[in-house]
Design a binder for this molecule. Structure first.
Ligand SMILES: Nc1nc2c(ncn2[C@@H]2O[C@H](COP(=O)(O)OP(=O)(O)OP(=O)(O)O)[C@@H](O)[C@H]2O)c(=O)[nH]1
Ligand SMILES: [Mg+2]
Length: 448
């Protein structure tokens, strides 16, 4: 109230009501901005503590002056991630959910948002709680054996315990670890590199896919010298599209030759390679040289560009959609790729000039990355920290299983199970120490 004067006089702020008023500097009384103010009383707030929110105009000068005003009244700036840390410490969310807040705040594509919101709503926490209960159950059965060996308790054979460990503990942990493999696709996306001899239309296609005139296009071969990359979102997938210098066998131009070296390195780095061919011309030895330099191990799409220049039967719409195999260059390209051990290249006719086929090309980019890896954002995807914990926990449970199989003392089996259990607790933050918390929350930005 020292800096806020509500428009209409109020006795005191009620929780979860928005008040309109004016903000003044506390000492000088200088008017700063109009604002909306909302008090959220504990426990009904993000942190479960009392929270006061000031919604002001968004400019940096306004926010700086208001911040100075509240600091002058005795408040202090929050540490990075402090709000989420308090929410965790006050039991509103567990550590896996706190990490999901970070993922959600930094989500750049819809796929990343879906994965983060799943974790925030507790899909990872539920899975871990489920596994934890099974571990506690197995431990209880073992401890009963230890406490009352001759008490006529139902006899749990080592085999039955092993089966429980394998089916109810290790199986779900391995499923979580397998889903980590899809994480880099969701978080880092794919690097799609466009390569081809000069003038095939790489830069035109680059602009066409981005929908802007980002790079220079010209009829002069050798226009692009460097590699240029831009990020875009295709069906929720983060795609880094890379335009490269045209590759020819020889050039006396040093800068062009440096650009070609970069292009070769980009081709090796690619997660998906788009090889551009000017299908209005016969294949040249430069096309064949480039095709012959491709290494297998990533999806390859042969983009038959300049389809608008084709004349005769090949230019018929039905031929363009389905009958690509009748294009004379297709068989020739296929033969070269097969020799390199690449049998699954996809051929797509496009025209960077008219936009024909660009949608199909985008679909292809998304499908090549997503379909065979079955990225499923409803299923929890561990973070790096969580993966490391899960791997260690899996080792403990596997060793417990081995010890049981080899008829070792139940006391040692129980130790391994407890080690694994403590990993699961760490994952949810039930046992996390200060260092771990500092590491996690320092990655947050201030105000989260
Ligand atoms: N008709 C037609 N012309 C195209 C098409 N795509 C590109 N072009 C033309 O082909 C020429 C070369 O295009 P660029 O996009 O600069 O080719 P590039 O592969 O980037 O060439 P470099 O940077 O030299 O390797 C330009 O004159 C473009 O207008 C197309 O689909 N149809
Ligand atoms: Mg170019």
């Amino acid at each position: 109230m020292r800096i806020f004067r509500p428009k209409r006089p109020v006795h005191c702020l009620e929780s979860h009501r928005v008040y309109y008023g004016l903000i003044y500097a506390p000492v000088s009384g200088v008017f700063i901005d109009e604002a909306l103010v909302m008090l959220m009383q504990a426990p009904h707030s993000y942190t479960r503590e009392d929270v006061l929110e000031i919604q002001c105009h968004g400019g940096p000068a306004v926010t700086r002056r208001i911040l100075e005003a509240v600091l002058a009244c005795g408040a202090r700036e929050a540490d990075p991630g402090e709000f989420t840390r308090r929410a965790f410490l006050n039991g509103r969310i567990d550590l896996a959910q706190a990490e999901a807040v970070m993922e959600l705040v930094t989500a750049a594509t819809d796929l990343q948002r879906q994965a983060a919101i799943g974790a925030l709503s507790g899909n990872m926490s539920r899975s871990i709680h489920g596994v934890r209960e099974e571990v506690v159950d197995v431990l209880a059965r073992i401890e009963a054996e230890l406490d009352f060996p001759e008490d006529g308790l139902e006899f749990h054979s080592a085999t039955a315990l092993c089966r429980s460990i394998s089916e109810k503990i290790l199986h779900p942990i391995h499923a979580l670890l397998a889903s980590y493999d899809t994480r880099h696709i969701v978080r880092d996306g794919v690097r799609v590199v466009m390569a081809g001899r000069p003038n095939t239309g790489k830069s035109s296609l680059f602009n066409g896919i981005l929908g802007t005139s980002r790079v220079l296009v010209s009829p002069v071969p050798g226009t692009t010298r460097d590699s240029i990359e831009e990020n875009l979102d295709i069906n929720g997938l983060l795609v880094t599209l890379v335009d490269t210098a045209g590759i020819r066998q020889e050039t006396s131009d040093t800068i062009e030759s440096m650009g070609m070296d970069i292009a070769q390195r980009e081709m090796e780095r690619a997660n998906h390679l788009l090889v551009l061919i000017d299908c209005s011309l016969p294949l040249t030895h430069e096309d064949l040289h480039l095709l012959g330099s491709i290494h297998p191990g990533r999806p390859v799409t042969v983009v038959l560009n300049k389809i608008d220049l084709l004349k005769g039967p090949f230019a018929e719409p039905s031929c363009l959609q389905d009958g690509l195999n009748v294009l004379p260059v297709t068989a020739q390209i296929q033969a070269v790729l097969l020799e390199k051990g690449i049998s699954e290249a996809v051929f797509l006719p496009v025209s960077a000039k008219t936009g024909f086929g660009l949608d199909r090309l985008k679909e292809r980019i998304a499908n090549a990355a997503l379909s065979d890896r079955a990225v499923n954002c409803d299923f929890p995807i561990p973070t790096l920290r969580q993966r490391d914990i899960l791997m260690k926990a899996a080792e403990s449970f596997e060793s417990a299983q081995d010890l049981l199989k080899n008829g070792k003392a139940l006391e040692i089996v129980a130790i391994e199970l407890r080690n694994g259990l403590s990993g699961l607790n760490e994952m949810l933050g039930l046992e996390a120490n200060e260092d771990v918390l500092n590491r996690i929350f320092s990655r947050f930005c201030i105000g989260k």
